[in-house]
Design a protein around this ligand. Structure first.
Ligand code: NAD
Length: 476
């Protein structure tokens, strides 16, 4: 059994506190004991971060960028090892982690490293006075992660924080502790000074300790809505800046003039990628009446061909759910959908793939005959469950698509570009994709509106959220 320790000031440190057990989602067996970071160790991390951040923020942006470029290269060189750990952490398929999760972590360091030298402010001129306003770092920033994209979350949060001159402390989800430690080692070996990227481990209580610590200036959470509310209130007593990347129940609107094959494939990808454990997934698929039956037949056929099983096998397309508890939650939503009167077209059954019989697998599920007020249509399931709804006209579907507390993503598929822009303008979501879905390059802002959160990951906007404005007035 592996032993997972905190990474403090450049090396792994033993905690004498409680131990959490990490279960392998692929076979249901315990694979690691995760040492919950004690308050004493957290304080060591804070002290190390203070010293490291002082020196780091004194470097020029270009100097920080040069080190981050080396980190990016080393992350890219560690593709196989990080992919192996991402699969071990999450149970997601090898091909996804290899082609997407790990490369996009390296890209984040490349992108924000190259931006570091371009951070500038503004200057002002009055009679007999001048002023300049600069973007300066916040100090020590902490990231609290969800379990579905541990490599990506670690890099998306740390890269802008570091580029801006902050120190960064990560608390990954207690269910996915492996990749965080590997990334901490990689960034250190690549030349990032000790104390700038540290990892603490544990459940919500360690997250609470981060929120309450007076020397931490900012918390960036990726997690569920209820956790987001708690993080805000826990961070209030020290007036921390908070970024919240929360859940969603995104709509995908397919007009009858859309490229049919593209629409079918987009709906499949937007629901079943990472076994449906994606915050921005478009789980409410609105199909214009005329093509609804044909569309349902086509997505059913494709979904039934998706291979569920051992994520390490090259041809597997759907890996494991993160935990037995989560699998049970998803299965309970399948039962709820049936009892609400939705028609289960296919899937929704626990699977016991060869050599992974103890793992947490489920076949991709599609419900038709869904209504807007059904629980499976309103609530985030966070598993491979697509709800298909039909609509008649543009005005109606915009109104129904917006009828949710969430606002993370939304998709529009149509061959009429005027309509695409018109509909996109009226959709309440942080990220809208037209004739595509879930594409997030590093130079493009990602984040939610309404109760999907606030603040942005990636792009120049992420840099802004890890900085504050300092203005200096100079009297002649
Ligand atoms: P979660 O909210 O249960 O946990 C997220 C993290 O918060 C974990 O590290 C957990 O230990 C910590 N935490 C829990 N309670 C806390 C508290 N009171 N104080 C401090 N920390 C606390 O979420 P999860 O189950 O890990 O992930 C699934 C959720 O994350 C889904 O709702 C999903 O939509 C969301 N998510 C959002 C995005 C995004 O970018 N918007 C991306 C991935 C996942």
């Amino acid at each position: 059994m592996d032993r997972i320790k905190a990474f403090i000031n450049g090396s792994f440190k033993t905690s004498d506190g409680d131990v959490l057990v990490k279960i392998n989602p692929v076979n249901g067996r315990p694979i690691a004991e995760v040492e919950k970071t004690t308050d004493t160790l957290l304080q060591d991390a804070i002290e190390a971060a203070k010293i490291a951040q002082h020196d780091w923020s004194s470097l020029t942006g270009q100097e920080r960028g040069q080190i981050m470029a080396k980190v990016s290269k080393k992350l890219a060189d560690s593709l196989h090892e990080l992919t192996r750990l991402e699969v071990k952490d999450v149970g997601k398929v090898w091909s996804e982690a290899f082609s997407s999760d790990v490369p996009c972590g390296a890209e984040a360091y490349e992108f924000f490293g190259s931006l570091a030298a371009t951070i500038t402010g503004t200057s002002h001129k009055w009679t007999n006075a001048r002023g300049y306003a600069e973007r300066v770092p916040l100090g020590i920033c902490a990231g609290i992660g969800a379990w579905n994209y541990p490599t990506q979350i670690a890099c998306w949060k740390s890269a802008p924080a570091l580029a801006m001159g902050n120190a960064f402390i990560l608390k990954p989800s207690e269910m996915t502790p492996y990749t965080a430690n590997a990334i901490a080692e990689i960034v250190t070996e690549a030349g990032l000074p000790a104390g700038l990227f540290q990892v603490v481990h544990g459940d919500f209580s360690v997250g609470q300790a981060l929120c309450k610590h007076p020397d931490i200036a900012k918390i960036s959470l990726t997690g569920g809505l209820e956790t987001g509310k708690k993080i805000m209130s826990q961070s209030a007593s020290t007036l921390k800046k908070v970024t919240l990347e929360l859940g969603g129940k995104a709509p995908l609107i397919v007009f009858s003039d859309a490229d049919f094959d593209l629409a079918v494939q987009t709906a499949i990808d937007a629901n079943f990628y990472t076994a449906g454990e994606v915050c921005s997934n478009a789980t409410r698929v609105f199909i214009q009446d005329k093509i609804a039956n044909k569309f349902i037949e086509a997505v059913k056929e494709k979904a039934e061909k998706l291979k569920v099983g051992d994520p390490m096998l090259e041809d597997t397309q759907i890996g494991a759910m993160i935990s037995e508890q989560h699998l049970e939650k998803v299965l309970s939503y399948i039962a709820i959908g049936k009892s609400e009167g939705a028609n289960l077209v296919t899937g929704g059954e626990r699977q016991f793939p060869k050599n992974c019989e103890g793992g947490f697998f489920i076949s991709p599920a599609i419900f038709s005959n869904c209504e807007d007020d059904m629980q499976i249509v309103r609530e985030e399931i966070f598993g491979p469950v697509m709800a298909v709804l039909s609509f008649d006209n543009e005005e109606e579907v915009i109104c129904r698509a917006n009828n949710t507390q969430y606002g993370l993503g939304a998709g529009v598929l149509t061959s009429d570009l005027s309509r695409a822009y018109r509909v996109a303008d009226k959709l309440d979501a942080g990220n809208i994709w037209i004739n595509s879905y879930n594409l997030i390059p590093p130079d493009w802002p990602f984040g939610g509106v309404k109760q999907s959160g606030f603040g942005r990951e990636s792009s120049i906007y992420a840099l802004e959220s890890y900085s504050q404005i300092k203005s200096t007035y100079v009297q002649y």
